[in-house]
Design a protein around this ligand. Sequence first.
Ligand code: FAD
Ligand code: SF4
Length: 556
Amino acid sequence: MRLGGTGGVRRRNASAWLVPNDGSRVNEELRASMRRFDDDDEVDLAIVGCGAGGATLLQRLARAGWKVVAFDAGPFWDPDRDWVSDEAGSHHLYWTEPRVLAGSDPVPLGSNNSGRGVGGSMVHFAGYTPRFHPSDFSTHTDDGVGADWPISYADLKLYYEQIEQELPVAGEHWPWGDPHGYPHSPHPIGGNGMVFQRGCLELGIEVKVGPVAITNGRFGNRSHCIYRGFCLQGCKVGAKASPLITHVPDALDHGAEIRADSMVTAVVVDDDRGLATGVRYLQGGVERYQRARMVAVAGYSIETPRLLLNSATQRWPDGLGNDFDQVGRYVMVQGAPQSAGRFAEEIRSYKAPPPEVSTEAFYETDPTQDYKRGFSLQGVSPLPITYAEHVTAQGHWGSSLREYMRDYVHWAVIGALCEFLPLPDNRVTLAEETDRHGLPVAKFSYSQCDNDRALVVAADEKLEAILRAAGASEVMTINRYAHLVGGCRMSSDASSGVVDADHRSWAIRNLVIGGGSVLPTQGSANPALTIMALAARAADRLVAGSRSGLRAPAVR
Ligand SMILES: Cc1cc2nc3c(=O)[nH]c(=O)nc-3n(C[C@H](O)[C@H](O)[C@H](O)COP(=O)(O)OP(=O)(O)OC[C@H]3O[C@@H](n4cnc5c(N)ncnc54)[C@H](O)[C@@H]3O)c2cc1C
Ligand code: SF4
């Protein structure tokens, strides 16, 4: 292990050692003794959203001695009390508030792409944690599509390594992008992963086990994986990473506060000074106001722009940070087709974590193809309800659906993540409709471009070829979406984005944007690791900035 081995991780983030080792999963004492700020206290930083980006920022800045409080609209989860190893019983993990969908290829929102509560979407994320490739940061220069980031892969590399240790990530040595190893060795794989490996081997496609944010063996007091397949239902075991167990315990131990069940309704700004002064939020039906020297918004790609637009003032009538009409634009999803293949032998894909095996052999632009950029391929292993959705999407219903469901144990499912391009009209605006708090809901408009469609066709072909090569007698492919990023992208100048390379709003310098909204492009990698690495880097930049006199606390 680099960066100081296990001792080095613990000195940076002791969360895994703050989880109880008596079989329970919540450190009740830590939560009960959590520091609590008054609304009248001027905290150093108020963070909206305690997910991948927000919780990482919280932990890092609490460690740096900042007075920090994170607000989350959802609950402070207790895995034993609140989560069940059951697909149908896990819908309360998702953000299901109303939203309006538009565009020629509307993206359904809900279970597939948003979370709520402390830990955010990673509570029910699958667990794949690949890095972005160096090429992802300069697609406009290199490929003539997408956008260039104001930072490079080299700026994030140290933070990738740190977060991979803190989650921790298990996998084989990774040959793609910037080749690297992982702190934990690869997990054993189940029937679904073996099918994927076999098909790739037949076709000469290089494939690797991992990278997954699941402890392989004990990590601190966290238990190892028991391979029971409920990663997308919250992992009651605590083997799969989410900020709830990887960053929140250490943040609390260093004096951070988390205010759960608190929906932030506006970032409050002083128009005269052009600075944020705090946040307005609803808790138990009561409107309150928290004073803060800086505000960070990390509410994911739909809620972050919505909040900035809903926070309009006389000076900023079109929303905060929106002087160049950039807030809410360039929201991206990945095209995520999935193919199911039937095998004579029993696959029993539920007997393993859904994330197991993947390949990035088709990630980069291939000059022999008529599309730019590429896709990654990963094992999927849906549980029965999700598999039933796959079957019904093919038009099967009634007795035919029942027949397919009886046959569930014979099916293997693999999927692709296609790099859809950032387009200005794929955007979040405010709808006429309001939510139960009377706030305008987000309207999310999405349409694909020709390059997106070409990538899906290529990925579909590859998925089906792999299953056939592995011996599938029947193949069913469905097209769908996964993940959400963008909406408040970082840029090298004020007119083409919302925040600078340090995540600070071009317009309001003590307003910070964290979470997946800041990504200018998305590669075909799952985004959570990059979101956490960006947040860890942003925290370092904020601490450095405070030393040079930004409106932020002096380092104590
Ligand atoms: C089913 C599923 C599977 C996934 N699988 C993977 C995977 O395998 N690998 C991967 O890398 N990624 C995966 N993802 C995506 C990944 O989880 C997200 O990209 C990541 O968590 C986003 O981080 P974030 O900080 O932007 O937002 P989140 O982690 O979603 O955190 C946002 C938080 O903000 C809160 N919030 C929003 N608005 C407000 C408000 N106004 N006031 C108070 N709180 C607010 C929400 O309650 C939420 O907790 C998956 C996602 C889903 C849904
Ligand atoms: S398979 Fe492992 S990581 Fe997934 S829910 Fe079960 S114990 Fe957790």
